[in-house]
Structure formats: structure tokens, C-alpha cells
Design a protein around this ligand. Structure first.
Ligand code: GLN
Length: 310
């Protein structure tokens, strides 16, 4: 544990000093206001410790990291039927790309690109009003993190709703193929609100624990998903969690991860623990620039690559 504590402190100190911080997302105006100097990191180990460094208790917009939680919920609701409407292959394209949908019958490549996550939101809407589905997502994340203070940042949701022209295009396009069952604006309403959930690194690391622990909530031992499902969700994080930067992240860090344009990354080391990092500046693929570097340093220091023999 002392080794991990030192690794986190060293990483936070190095990251505070770096000037190559990437650029904050400005296409969602509310995110453009965030201070790029922020840096936080947290690790929740399977044996119950939580270690943090930097701004690990400051909430930020989780954005696409929410797609891990909605995929988990939707699989619980409809099971493997979900895969008729969303693929499981890396897209090799930016997170908000529309190009593949035309040739692939409006079926998004995977649940972690925007198009895929909008279909997942549509699946979760079945039989519910948007506010009920949004409530279900927030309750699930609170349960996973063991923290009832987690909430949606409504200014971020409104900001995205007002400027989400790409996402409206994706939703309308998929609707034309029959891959959305509800009016696009309702599926998008769910999607924008899940992306606007605000969480700290500590809360995110806590929420990811079930994925590192064979699908079980480590404290209660209760099953959140089956062990097989936890492995499958983690495998998609590895292959698709960083969009067209997924190969690079797997190559350099070697753990399943999911990024968001708020600058957060959730990382999973099966059997060991869950971790979250936050630095708002993004690289060219829309993934946290220093967050990726920090996780690379941490995985190296702790020998956490999933490809390292245990
Ligand atoms: N990569 C992301 O985090 C993208 C999510 C963001 N809400 C969007 O739709 O553009």
C-alpha cells in the first residue's frame, strides 16, 4: 500500500508541473470553463482501501464514462438482445463520427461511441419517461459508488442540449434506419443528462469496483452483474473505450479504460481494483492528455498491465 501511495503522490506532483496539458473541450461551452490545471487521481482496491492524490474529491463532468454504467444497466434490462442493435467492434473513428452508420444499417460499431450510447439510452427508455430513466441511471451510479451525493450538473446538460448538433444528426440518422424506438429528442434527453453526471475521481473509482471484482460489489459481496458480463464490459473498454485512441491506450497503459471529454478516465485492473484520473485538457482523440500519461505511469509503477503475468 505504501508503494501505491507513493506512486500516486509522485504522479500528482509530476502532473502539476507539466505544461503539455492538451485542450479543454469547448464544443460543450460549459466544459470550456474548467481550469486545465486541475489534476486528480484515485484508486479503490478490491481489498477495500481507497487512495487518492491531487484534486481527487472535486466533481467533474463524467461525460462518456457514463456509457459504461448505462451499458451495464441496459444489459441487465434486455440481456444479449442488445447486441442486435449495437456492435462490439472498435470504430477506428472519432467518438462523434457518422460515416460508418450509412453502410452499416444504422447499427453503431460499439456502445462507447456516441451513436452506440444513444441507442443504449433508447433501449433504456422502453416503458419509461425520460426523467424516470435518468433517475434510474443516477440511482445506479450512487449505489455503485456508495454515495448519495452524486448528482447531475444541469448547466452542463443544458449546454450540451443547446449545442449537440452532431448528436442530433446521429440520432435522427439512426431513427431513419429504425434503430431508435423513441423520438430522437427523448433518447437524446437521456443521453445528455447521463453525460452531465458530475463525480469526483474518488466516486468514480468506487463506482468501477464491480468491474474489477468479477461483477460483485466488493463491500457487500452482492452481484451487480455476472462475472462473465463484467469481463465482457471490461473487454469492450479495452478495445473501444478510447475511440480511435483505443489501440494506443491499450498499447501504452494495458488496462481496460473509458474516457470522457470532461477529462476523466475510469480504469479497471481485474482482480486488483478500479481507478479514476482527471485532467481536463484533451489530446487529439478527445481523451485526457495527462490522464492517459498518468495511468501509463501508474500501470508501469504497479505492474498492472493486464498482459503482465501474475
Ligand atoms: N467523448 C465524450 O465524452 C463525448 C460525450 C459528449 N457528451 C458528446 O456527446 O459529445
Amino acid at each position: 500500500m505504501a508503494e501505491l501511495e507513493k506512486a500516486l503522490a509522485d504522479i500528482a506532483a509530476e502532473m502539476a508541473a507539466r505544461t503539455d496539458r492538451g485542450n479543454v473541450a469547448t464544443y460543450i461551452p460549459q466544459l470550456g470553463k474548467i481550469d486545465p490545471q486541475k489534476f486528480g487521481i484515485a484508486v479503490a482496491t478490491n481489498d477495500g482501501s481507497v487512495l487518492v492524490a491531487g484534486d481527487a474529491d472535486e466533481a467533474f463532468s463524467i461525460q462518456s464514462i457514463s456509457k459504461v454504467f448505462t451499458l451495464t444497466l441496459a444489459l441487465g434490462e434486455v440481456g444479449d438482445a442488445l447486441w442486435k442493435r449495437v456492435g462490439r467492434e472498435p470504430s477506428g473513428n472519432p467518438f462523434n463520427s457518422i460515416v460508418q452508420l450509412e453502410h452499416e444499417n444504422g447499427i453503431p460499431r460499439n456502445p462507447f461511441i456516441n451513436a452506440g450510447a444513444i441507442v443504449i439510452s433508447d433501449i433504456m427508455l422502453a416503458g419509461h419517461r425520460p426523467r424516470e430513466t435518468i433517475g434510474e441511471i443516477v440511482r445506479f451510479v450512487r449505489f455503485l459508488a456508495d454515495d448519495d451525493t452524486i448528482a447531475i450538473d444541469h448547466a452542463v446538460a443544458a449546454s450540451e442540449q443547446a449545442t449537440g448538433f452532431r448528436n442530433f444528426a446521429l440520432a435522427n440518422y439512426m431513427k431513419s434506419f429504425g434503430n431508435l424506438r423513441h423520438p430522437p429528442e427523448l433518447s437524446l434527453g437521456v443521453y445528455f443528462h447521463q453525460c452531465a453526471i458530475a463525480m469526483s475521481c474518488r466516486q468514480l473509482a468506487m463506482a468501477g469496483r464491480f468491474l474489477a471484482n468479477d461483477g460483485r460489489h466488493p463491500e457487500t459481496g452482492h452481484s451487480v452483474v455476472s462475472a462473465e458480463r463484467a469481463r465482457r464490459i471490461a473487454s469492450l473498454m479495452l478495445t473501444c473505450g478510447h475511440y480511435d485512441g483505443s489501440g494506443e491506450f491499450a498499447f501504452k497503459v494495458g488496462i481496460p479504460g473509458k474516457s470522457g471529454v470532461g477529462g476523466g478516465i475510469l480504469g479497471i485492473v481485474p482482480g486488483v481494483g478500479s481507478m479514476a484520473v482527471w485532467s481536463p485538457g484533451l489530446n487529439a482523440n478527445g481523451n485526457s492528455q495527462l490522464g492517459s500519461i498518468a495511468l501509463e505511469m501508474l500501470a508501469k509503477a504497479m505492474n498492472w498491465s493486464i498482459f503482465a503475468p501474475r
